[in-house]
Ligand binder design. Structure first.
Ligand code: SF4
Length: 579
């Protein structure tokens, strides 16, 4: 692929005002001996968590609309795709008036800070800004301890505060009146502006993929904008339907409790159906990719969900759509989805087969409701139905995990035509800061191993995922969580093969990987106990092994049916029309 060098970009296109950089979870992951385990096996990212937050797209769109030129650099993808790529060299050459780094998910606490250090070393006078929910949660500790960070944009909607901050940076002023900013001023004095910007409407902050397309063409560089490593072979586009959540799952840092207690949001902000469907239209005009609607469209009543479906029909959106559901929906809604979508899939996370465990986690519905919905959906055109279970829940024991696998077996025996998929994964690597379980561990049966930002950052350098899990429960120790994960992975692999979801080749590959990863986990423990070097394991852990399912199984429609709407040339012509 033709790629402008950073310097050519600068000369031809002018220096961006702001470069948003997505770091790898662990900065020097290519040099370290770390067994990542199955911490990202059921999401599109690798264990490096190379997928940047959707907020990057809305931040870029909002700032560009207001006259700032913003460029995104997915540094994690660059490092994954090219072994010879030198991130320090690259970062030292990117020119901008300011740099933004996401530390939204706590797994980026290591990579995010290391990238900030490199930027500050090379451009000591350029501001470094971080943002995201984890940055917000730990803002005091971060600004106190990491001198390379100049500003932290707090809260769940950084667009407006970041715009005002950029205006201050451009005018060489301190952001004294800008809401939600923690910053370092004269003589290193720390300021904490109040968290007062919590918008009730998020309609201004659209996820407009057109800005990304436009910048890809402008820079003739698609790699910087790739949301995850294999996006080009399987492009799906996600949209958020709300900020905040109506639910209170106890291990989630995005729950109603967490938003209210930590992020100042007392009320969920729903994106209006009109804006959501406009965003879908933009996606449709560029890609025939699946669209993933994040956040249950039914969580604030039937009327809202029905309106979204009505507008999708009116606008003739025919991309495959994946709906995330927080609880089962009735037959009427499934029929509405069927008559709206050319192709649709559903994702739901009952977490456990055991209603008692599920209820303790905060999900209050029965297996009967779940099974009825699966049946109705598959009878009404659902092309793929994914059911996610978890390990590390309140009241969950190793025996209960085994029973969850038996439950999956029963579900698949009833629906064995290949459209129903069951997944199980550990809650890893971190229980979310700000979640009910993190804030009040004793009351819900959790023990938290690391509390501070720095403890989590250091934990990410430990040699295996077992050592950086930040919790155990009253019902399962860390060791039991790890062992249950490997046992569940094995049993689920057997079931997948039994029902023809995977072929023999996949089955054997995954079985071998599980045995291998389990033995490496034990070996690491032995070497640590003897205080020996882990160097001998280095070449074995370099690979990132998916052990919970083949990665293809996560895709919401079969890969052959995803195609680009237009070729690269047409994208360019479209771009030329819109500027
Ligand atoms: S896990 Fe639960 S609380 Fe968190 S976003 Fe999903 S439904 Fe809401």
């Amino acid at each position: 692929m033709f790629r402008f060098s950073a310097i050519t970009e600068m000369i031809v296109l002018g220096k961006p005002d702001l470069v948003l950089i997505h770091p790898p979870s662990i900065y020097d992951f290519r040099e370290k001996t770390i067994l990542y385990g199955p911490i990202s096996d059921v999401i599109p990212s690798t264990p490096i968590f190379e997928m940047y937050p959707l907020g990057f797209i809305s931040l870029m769109g909002y700032l560009e609309y207001n006259g700032f030129h913003v460029h995104i650099v997915n540094l994690a993808v660059k490092m994954l795709r090219r072994r010879g790529f030198n991130p320090e060299d690259y970062l030292s050459k990117i020119e901008a008036k300011a740099y933004g780094i996401d530390i939204h998910w706590l797994v980026h606490s290591h990579g995010g800070i290391e990238v900030a250090k490199i930027l500050k070393k090379n451009k000591p006078n350029r501001p470094v800004i971080i943002g995201g929910l984890s940055s917000t949660y730990f803002h005091r500790e971060i600004i106190r301890n990491y001198l390379e960070i100049d500003y932290i944009v707090r809260g769940d909607s950084g667009e407006y505060p970041l715009l005002k901050l950029m205006e201050c940076i451009e005018d060489n002023k301190h952001p004294i009146d800008v809401p939600n900013i923690t910053w370092r001023g004269e003589n290193g004095k720390i300021h904490e502006n109040p968290l007062t910007y919590v918008p009730e409407s998020i309609d201004k902050y659209t996820i407009n993929y057109e800005y990304a397309v436009r910048n890809v063409v402008r820079h003739l560089n698609i790699e910087d904008y790739l949301p995850y490593g294999d996006w080009l072979s399987y492009p799906y586009c996600a949209l958020i339907t709300c900020k905040g959540c109506s639910q209170n799952c106890i291990t989630c840092g995005g729950s109603a409790y967490s938003f209210s207690k930590i992020y100042g949001r007392e009320k969920i902000a729903l994106k209006s159906p009109e804006v959501l469907v406009d965003e879908m239209k933009i996606i449709q005009s560029y890609f025939k990719s699946p669209i993933f609607l994040l956040g249950d469209i039914w969580q604030y009543g039937d009327e809202h969900g029905l309106k979204i479906l009505k507008l999708i029909r009116r606008e003739g959106i025919d991309n495959p759509i994946t709906f995330e559901l927080f609880k089962p929906i009735d037959m009427g809604k499934i029929v509405e989805i069927e008559r709206t979508c050319s192709e649709f899939s559903i994702e739901i996370s009952p977490e456990s087969h055991d209603e008692d465990v599920r209820g303790a986690q905060g999900r209050l519905y029965s297996n009967e409701e779940l099974e009825r919905m699966i049946e109705n959906s598959l009878n009404h055109g659902c092309v793929k139905f994914d059911v996610f279970f978890m390990i590390g829940l309140p009241k969950q024991t190793p025996k209960s995990v085994t029973e969850t696998i038996n439950y999956c077996d029963r579900l698949l025996s009833k629906h064995s035509d290949g459209r129903l998929h069951t997944f199980i994964a550990p809650l890893a690597p971190f229980l979310d800061p700000g979640s009910i379980a993190f804030e009040n561990p004793d009351t819900v049966g959790y023990r938290i191993m690391f509390k501070t930002f720095n403890e989590h950052r250091e934990a990410l350098e430990k040699p295996s995922w077992k050592h950086y899990l930040n919790y155990e429960t009253a019902w399962m120790s860390r060791n039991q969580i790890i062992d249950s994960t490997y046992n569940a992975a094995r049993a689920m692999n057997d079931i997948r093969f039994k029902y023809g979801i995977i072929d023999k080749n996949h089955y054997e590959t995954i079985r071998m990987r599980i045995d291998f990863v389990e033995s490496i986990t034990r070996r690491i423990d032995e070497l640590i106990a003897k205080n020996s070097s882990l160097e001998s394991l280095r070449e074995y852990v370099r690979e990132m092994y998916s052990i919970l399912c083949p990665r293809e199984e996560l895709k919401s429609v079969p890969i052959a049916r995803v195609k680009w709407v237009r070729g690269g040339l047409t994208l360019m012509l479209k771009y030329l029309r819109i500027i």
